[in-house]
Ligand binder design. Structure first.
Ligand code: GDP
Length: 427
């Protein structure tokens, strides 16, 4: 059975925690898009971890963790992340890297940095992990596939050819030092030696695994609203964040993905710029939620930047779960809202005096004003509760209100950052 775990919002919904939890019953966990640009925070028996590239299944010995072909593979970072978790007492994980994954090159990070510099105040707020230049090159057909590291003649020729093109940009557009093809080739040789033990024809591996009835998890990064097609373009990421892309980014038939667990946060948070209709604009009110949010406040796992916070947005989240094709919803961070007398929920967008419940394109989104409905708070610490029926009445009402707005069953309600802080409900 193949199950995807994906986000409905701007990312940081708590996918890492859900993957870590569901990983216990899984044989294989796959990252299928993105790179080391966003983090998953995981708190388990080994400690607190912020994973960026490794799948969240690396804490189990019985799982195989795969970096799929859709991922932007930063090879030294992969090595560093493996070394880091091992040095914190985690047994060495079983890792496979697709031979079709493409390599995030050192110059992708440089170009990302230079471009943000060039744009100045109009920058995208990139994490400067090289993701946009990486995917641009992939689709411009000048990317390097892992398999090419093992084909020296092709590699030498391609390094020369790509450097020629990159150096024109470096010299004339960015006024930065040129890339030395010899040095780059040496770096790629080092990458080859690091990645060699993990390289695998993942599509074949997964075909067999599916035949054998293995439990497979696809782990998404970021959320629907950061998808390049369906998100808040252009303030999006550069690879698809949708479960549908899981089939492509891992190399499995789309119909095998039968369960799409979409993670939705009980309030909203977003890193970086971009449209965010239900954002709390009052600094004091925002700070109150920000410091209580997540496990250590709402601060980015990769950048440490304070996240923008807002109320639950039913318009964006419904769209988010619909575009994911959610079969069930995991609602996270409910415990965070226990301090509020009343909880505003954004139930519509007012665009030029007309209220809509459908998430619009970016140009209209810029004009949207939130229409709020207020629900009574439960004013209680709900951490430690394990049964749905033991939750305060107003908390259950909040969950059921959200479920109705989403139109998808909320099967899991998360009331704390820990692996087992989860209340299960029947579908
Ligand atoms: P991801 O990228 O979707 O995996 O999300 P992040 O890990 O970036 O952010 C989610 C944050 O919320 C992390 O700090 C988690 O530890 C934390 N978290 C997850 N679920 C819960 C929950 O139910 N309650 C609280 N308080 N924190 C949670």
């Amino acid at each position: 059975m193949v199950r995807a775990i994906v986000g409905a919002n701007w990312g940081d919904e708590g996918k890492g925690k859900i993957t870590d939890m569901l990983g216990e019953q899984s044989d294989i966990i796959i990252r299928f898009q993105g790179g080391s640009n966003a983090g998953h925070t995981i708190i388990n028996d080994y400690g607190r971890f912020a994973l960026h590239l490794l799948p969240s299944g690396v804490f189990y010995q019985h799982t195989t963790c795969i970096i799929g072909n859709g991922v932007a593979l930063n090879i030294p970072y992969l090595q560093k992340e493996i070394d880091d978790i091992v040095s914190q007492g985690v047994p060495k994980p079983n890792i496979l890297v697709s031979d079709r994954a493409q390599i995030l090159m050192p110059y992708h990070i440089d170009f990302d940095t230079y471009e943000e510099e060039r744009l100045g105040g109009k920058a995208f707020g990139s994490t400067k992990s090289g993701i946009a230049p990486f995917y641009s090159d992939k689709y411009a057909k000048i990317g390097f596939q892992v398999s090419e590291l093992f084909d020296e003649d092709t590699l030498v020729e391609k390094v020369e050819r790509v450097c020629e093109q990159k150096n024109i940009l470096l010299e004339h557009m960015y006024h930065k030092p040129a890339i030395d093809p010899k040095e780059l080739l040496e770096t790629l040789h080092e990458y080859r030696d690091i990645v060699k033990p993990y390289v695998c024809d993942v599509a074949v591996y997964l075909r067999e695994a599916i035949k054998e009835g293995k439990n497979i998890l696809l782990e998404g990064q970021l959320g629907t609203l950061k998808d390049p097609d369906f998100g808040i373009y252009p303030m999006v990421t550069s690879s698809s964040t949708l479960a549908a892309y899981g089939a492509i980014g891992a190399g499995i038939p789309p119909y095998e993905i039968t369960d799409i667990v979409t993670v939705v946060k009980a309030y909203s948070s977003a890193v970086g710029a971009g449209e965010f209709v239900s954002e709390i604009l009052d600094e004091k009110e925002a700070d109150e939620l920000r410091v209580r949010g997540g496990d250590k406040g709402e601060f980015g796992a990769t950048t440490g930047r304070p996240r923008r916070v807002g109320w639950f947005d039913a318009v964006a989240s419904r769209y988010g779960v619909q575009m994911q094709g959610a079969t069930e919803v995991a609602l996270t961070c409910l415990d965070v809202l226990g301090y509020l007398d009343e909880i505003p929920v954004c139930v519509g967008y007012d665009v030029d005096g007309e209220v809509t419940k459908d998430f619009p394109v970016t140009a209209k989104l810029k004009k949207a004003k939130p229409v709020y409905e207020k629900l009574p708070g439960w004013k209680e610490d709900i951490r430690g509760i394990t049964e749905y029926d033991e939750l305060p009445e107003n908390c259950k009402n909040y969950i059921e209100f959200i479920e109705k707005e989403l139109g998808v069953p909320v099967t899991m309600a998360s009331n704390g950052p820990g692996r087992h802080e989860m209340i299960f409900r029947k579908k």
